[in-house]
Design a protein around this ligand. Structure first.
Ligand SMILES: O=C(O)CCC(=O)C(=O)O
Length: 275
């Protein structure tokens, strides 16, 4: 059955999101990951390869912001083993109706006590640099999360709203984090789960999170994946996150190199961790 059963898959199709109470990660991994979060934000890149995006570091970061690093798997073996877990890849592929799941980007997120919100946005709005624009996300809590500690919030059914490639929203610490979805507050679902639980969401689902009003940390590991067949889209390389990632495009070739965008799981057993 894997991480998502038929009922969860049906809810995902209807709502563009599904919360999962637990089991998204081996419980024995949670403490080591928390320790590696600390190291990564202190600039300790274990493999010698830096992450693709480092948006916060201990020496220079605004302490009121949610700390963020993207593609930390390249820098850290513990993060890599969690992000490349085939069980998550299989669940993403199943929810997306894909034959396999390719990692586009991980996100290491740490909202400390007093940490400011993350503005509502849609992941696909940043994803026009590859085709098809079809991304799904697994969000894994590494601490027990409540609405008060700044749980992830998603707008039920918003994956069916018309697509738009204008990600002109403020991601880090906006004054009104729900502004882009004003009027839809009744449809907001907060992912309140224990560490090890989390959610899956569709690339067009609007989501964000409020401030951390508690004394507890709120850390999460996020896996953004696309169908295994995804390729660079030369017509839109400069859009969304394209300027960060198109440097990995082989000259004259739109193939996404497995080295930079690894296959997490594939039905034909091409996955990195499958025999
Ligand atoms: O953790 C959050 O509040 C937001 C995470 C997010 O944007 C995502 O998982 O796509």
């Amino acid at each position: 059955m894997g991480l998502v059963d038929d009922d969860a898959a049906a809810r995902f199709a209807a709502d563009g999101l599904v919360a999962v109470a637990d089991g998204l990660i081996d419980p024995a991994m949670i403490e080591p990951l928390q320790a590696r979060f600390e190291a990564l934000f202190a600039g300790d890149f274990e493999t010698g390869t830096p992450p693709d995006e480092v948006n916060w570091q201990q020496q220079t970061g605004d302490p009121s912001l949610t700390r963020q690093i993207c593609n930390a798997w390249k820098a850290d073996r513990t993060v890599a083993s969690a992000v490349l877990a085939p069980e998550v890849g299989e669940a993403l592929a199943r929810l997306g109706g894909w034959s396999g799941a390719r990692l586009i980007q991980d996100n290491v997120l740490w909202k400390p006590p007093g940490g400011r919100p993350l503005g509502f946005h849609r992941d696909n709005a940043y994803s026009r640099w590859f085709t098809p624009v079809d991304m799904l996300t697994c969000w894994i809590a590494l601490d027990d999360v409540t609405a008060e500690s700044g749980a992830m919030e998603l707008v039920r059914g918003s994956h069916r709203w018309p697509p738009s490639f204008e990600p002109e929203v403020e991601f880090h610490g906006p004054a009104d984090y729900r502004c882009p979805v004003a009027g839809s507050e009744d449809d907001i679902v907060a992912v309140e789960v224990a560490a090890g639980g989390g959610s899956f969401h569709h690339g067009w689902t609007w989501h964000g999170s409020g401030p951390n009003r508690t004394r507890s940390h709120r850390r999460a590991l996020v896996i953004h994946a696309a169908p295994v067949e995804a390729r660079f889209d030369p017509a839109h390389l400069d859009e969304g996150m394209g300027p960060v990632y198109h440097r990995y495009r082989p000259p004259g070739d739109d193939t996404m190199p497995d080295k930079h965008f690894p296959i997490i799981w594939a039905s034909c057993h091409r996955g990195r961790h499958r025999g």
